[in-house]
Design a protein around this ligand. Structure first.
Ligand code: SF4
Length: 430
């Protein structure tokens, strides 16, 4: 039997989808390139914010409509959207064949057993990649979140933070490396919390040191470090480990003291500046990625001006920004006064216009520099790659024109010959 899995939302969902798809493949199911060619369509939904919820619902309805011409196809829907709105989905979309929150082991086994031709003994020796190229692995090290940022629905969806056992994580990392992963993205809602629920302190450095020793891995990329859990000392411990890229993914969200408190971020503008300054002083090759939310309830012009001043005084390399959107069930939903949607949008536009200029200047620093890049794709007339400062499908792409004897996963040296706000052009260096 054939399955097709659609993975929506964040990299944590991608890691879950990769695990589930591998279980199906290990049991003898084959992958259907298109949903209409499958016997079972699985949709791993996202329920984080409005846009993501709408995308999940559209995806569900589109795939259910396939049943019109293929009535034997079964559709299974699970994940964050179901966790949040199970009753509504059950009553409003009864056409769904299997509806689960997060797939339990028994539910997964039940779905897999729909194929009577299953292998009696699943073949766990292999590891397939369905959602990323084989040279990239996504390693989820923990589940849930206990930070309770006032605007965020995730703690309500995914529950409190818990670290995955180190042995389990290392086993997954070895399997990913054995099946071709050269670059590993290490993800959770907040990786700085790793170990705190078990040992009462952050044991992330110990875990990363173990991962650094995994044969075959060459690049380790750390994601989602909440600034409250970060200190200059923890930064030095982590970024002195071999293979850890000088890529600092630290969601700041805002820099106004008043707004940080209203967001329940448990950090201060002084601490954020201390972290940024420490990175700039000690990691000159470092790339700082962050996100900001503008238009949060109570945000006054002076708060927003503080944010604009901050990004001018502390230029950041990779920035995503969002206009605040109310999420039901979050503490911030009740906060007043609300900022008019048009003002939120205007502030978002202003911030991103300025940030585009800043990123352009930051990227110029790489001009004529010889750097390592990892090859993602080899096309007939060019190679697509990324610098250490660019995460897969998130940040900049480096294009190397011409035909070159390289393959995905190769780490090669190039000279950056052009840099704009969002991409690099490079030439091979012998
Ligand atoms: S750190 Fe904050 S924003 Fe991130 S998942 Fe946890 S509660 Fe949500």
């Amino acid at each position: 039997m054939k399955f097709h899995l659609i993975s929506l939302g964040c990299t944590k969902n991608t890691a879950d989808s990769e695990f589930i798809a591998n279980r199906f493949a290990s049991a003898g199911w084959s992958w259907a390139e298109k949903p209409e060619m499958a016997d079972l369509i699985l949709i791993n939904t996202c329920g984080f914010i409005k846009d993501a919820k709408e995308e999940s619902l559209t995806t569900i309805m589109n795939n259910l409509s396939i049943k019109d011409n293929h009535p034997d196809i079964r559709v299974c829907v699970f994940g964050c959207l179901v966790k949040r709105y199970r009753a509504e989905i059950q009553s409003e979309i009864p056409e769904i064949d299997y509806l689960f929150e997060f797939l339990s082991e028994d539910q997964l086994k039940m779905l897999i057993s729909l194929n009577s031709n299953n292998r009696l003994t699943p073949d766990y020796s292999q590891s397939w990649r369905f959602f990323t190229p084989s040279h990239i692995g996504i390693l989820k090290i923990a589940e849930g979140c206990s930070n309770r940022c006032s605007y965020c629905a995730i703690p309500g969806i995914r529950g409190p933070f818990y670290s995955r056992p180190q042995a389990e994580i290392l086993r997954d990392a070895q399997k990913l490396a054995a099946s071709g992963a050269k670059e590993m993205s290490i993800v959770a809602q907040d990786i700085t919390r790793y170990g705190t629920d078990i040992e009462g302190r952050c044991t992330l450095p110990a875990l990363v040191r173990e991962l650094s020793a995994v044969t075959g891995l060459e690049w380790l990329r750390l994601h989602y470090m909440h600034p409250r859990g970060l200190t200059p000392r923890l930064i030095d411990e982590l970024y002195s480990i071999p293979k850890v890229l000088p890529y600092f993914d630290i969601p700041l969200q805002h820099v106004s003291k008043r707004i940080l408190e209203a967001m329940n971020r448990h950090t201060s503008p002084e601490h954020l500046i201390r972290l940024i300054d420490h990175i700039r002083r000690n990691y000159p090759e470092g790339t700082i990625r962050t996100t900001f939310i503008v238009g949060f309830p109570g945000e006054q012009k002076r708060d927003f001006d503080k944010l604009i001043d901050f990004i001018e005084e502390h230029p950041l390399d990779r920035v995503g920004a969002f206009a605040y959107s109310e999420e039901e069930g979050t503490a911030a939903e009740k906060l007043k006064p609300r900022v008019r949607p048009s003002t939120r949008q205007a502030r978002l536009d202003q911030l991103m216009t300025l940030q585009q200029l800043i990123v352009g200047e930051q990227n110029q620093k790489l001009l004529n520099r010889v750097v390592n890049v990892i090859v993602d794709e080899v096309q007939p007339e060019r190679v697509l790659a990324r610098t250490a400062g660019d995460a897969y499908e998130v940040d900049n792409v480096t294009t190397i024109a011409g035909k070159h004897k390289v393959k995905p996963g190769d780490i090669i040296r190039v000279r950056i010959v052009n840099a704009d706000s969002y991409d690099f052009t490079a030439e091979m260096v012998a």
